[in-house]
Ligand binder design. Structure first.
Ligand code: AMP
Ligand code: MG
Length: 464
């Protein structure tokens, strides 16, 4: 059962998430629903539960970890199918270990905003319905105020949920969990010769695609431990995440990750590694090492294919040519050498015209070495000419895939600091901007701006 918090209040809600489960966003601010989504009032038909998992943290087996500080209330049906609703930060459970089962306002707002921003970017993700707060203090590095974020997903089962039963040597529980996941979320695999191998294959494919999506929008998760990997291939557990700003492929967004295991460049490989950890846990069900390895084989080609598709779209290319990977490599080297802002670069690149240098200034200005950009632009223009690319059509297409607005850390920080002063208006404004990341949004240009100087000192860690 959730543990009530004193005098809970409404912080923010997502109308789009609410619509997915047939709720009216305006009603979410009512006292009754604030009480429900803080854990102060359990709805009559709800049967709260928490689900234990284990996992590999930073590449090392860490045993039982907890339940994500999450208590599931139940499922709501909506236009896109049933969704589990879970309260994150609703108090102690049998799996809280030495934790307090609470979450703080800062990390809850970050999770809320980023879940909804990622969904709007078209990246598979868990959703966030509502954040509520309370003045109750929660001790982290300093005392912060408590909050609860209600998350939604068809399932929150993780790779670590399977690892839990495997390492506990509980084959019956392992099978029960696998059968539940197959029957509920992958029913098309149930009649395959080896449904467990098919499950690993499908999860591996989805994970490969998810990693390509992350790379393509410059998203860094920060803590890709196996317990943060969704069995549905969704982005899960928003902690010290970040969006790439000044491009550096080795960028580490999590202050706690000193080795850079989860740096931007490492994410695809770590995604594969995590699938191996899942494969290990499913091995008793799959039956042979050969079949397990066979299922994992598809990761590289699936990642490569999806990444290639996404990069072509980012550059507005509709055909494929042998030399394209050289063009992409040269582009990333250029971005790296010049620390170009990831989001701005791709957005501005859409303004380039094939036979007219008039718009080049807005792109060139992002570079320290402008001549280096000019040289790359010659090759890019040549490539565009080869497919008779139309400036107007290409810009429209590129604007649909290269967002103008992403959740930069400093934007989240401004909204959080206001919320800590009990002004929640900036969380709502920022959400509205992030819900339409591909639109120009005249008047909101400042939300697309480079980070201010003070933001270079921002550090995000696992503390939440
Ligand atoms: P994380 O590294 O934040 O994903 O934490 C791993 C797991 O430890 C979480 O999923 C929780 O189950 C557990 N945990 C972390 N912080 C707390 C807390 N304050 N109270 C209870 N459990 C926690
Ligand atoms: Mg986690």
């Amino acid at each position: 059962m959730p543990t009530p918090l004193p005098a809970p209040y409404f912080v923010a809600a997502s109308a789009k998430a609410a619509a997915m489960v047939g709720l009216d966003a305006d009603e979410l601010a009512n006292d009754d629903l604030v009480a429900v989504f803080t854990g102060n009032k359990v709805p009559p038909r709800a049967k709260p539960l928490s689900a234990v998992y284990s996992g590999h943290q930073f590449g090392v087996w860490a045993g039982q970890l907890g339940d994500g500080r999450a208590i599931m209330l139940g499922e709501l049906k909506g236009p896109s199918g049933p969704m589990e609703l879970q309260l994150k930060g609703a108090g102690l459970t049998p799996y809280s270990r030495m934790g307090d089962g609470r979450a703080v306002l800062r990390s809850s707002i970050r999770e809320f905003l980023c879940s909804e921003a990622m969904a709007a970017l078209g990246v598979p993700t868990t959703r966030a319905l509502i954040v509520t707060g309370s003045d109750q203090g929660v001790l982290r590095e300093t005392v912060e105020s408590a909050a609860v974020v209600t998350r939604m997903a068809p399932s929150f089962v993780r790779f670590g949920s399977f690892e839990h039963w495997f390492y506990r040597d509980k084959p019956d529980e392992l099978r029960t969990l696998a059968d539940y996941v197959i029957q509920t979320f992958y029913p098309e695999l149930a009649d395959d010769a080896n449904p467990y191998k098919s499950l690993l294959t499908e999860v591996t494919r989805r994970t490969a695609h998810l990693m390509a999506h992350w790379q393509a929008v410059g998203f860094m998760h920060g803590v890709m431990n196996t317990d943060n990997m969704s069995i549905l291939g969704l982005t899960l557990d928003y902690g010290p995440f970040g969006f790439m700003e000044a491009f550096n492929s080795g960028h580490i967004c999590n202050h706690t990750d000193q080795q850079g295991r989860y740096s931007y460049a490492n994410q695809p490989q770590i995604g594969h590694w995590n699938c191996f950890a899942l494969g290990q846990a499913l091995l008793p069900l799959i039956g042979s090492v050969e079949d397990t390895e066979d299922a994992l084989e598809i990761y590289r080609p699936e990642f490569g294919r999806r990444m290639d598709e996404l990069l072509h779209a980012k550059l507005g290319l509709t055909t494929h040519s042998e030399d394209d990977s050289a063009l992409f490599d040269a582009m990333f080297k250029l971005m790296q050498d010049n620390h170009v802002d990831f989001t701005l670069f791709f957005r501005q690149l859409g303004k380039l015209r094939v036979d007219d240098l008039g718009n080049d200034a807005v792109i060139r200005d992002l570079f320290i070495d402008r001549v280096a950009f000019d040289i790359w632009a010659v090759a890019y223009r040549q490539r565009l000419r080869a497919e008779n690319s139309d400036d107007c059509v290409r810009k429209q297409e590129m604007d649909r895939t290269n967002p103008k607005f992403v959740l930069r850390n400093y934007l989240a920080q401004i909204a959080i600091e206001k919320a800590q002063q009990k002004d929640y208006s900036e969380v709502a404004r920022l959400l509205a901007v992030l819900e339409k990341p591909f639109d120009e949004q005249p008047g909101n240009e400042h939300y697309a701006a480079l980070p201010p100087d003070w933001a270079s000192h921002l550090e995000v860690s696992c503390s939440s």
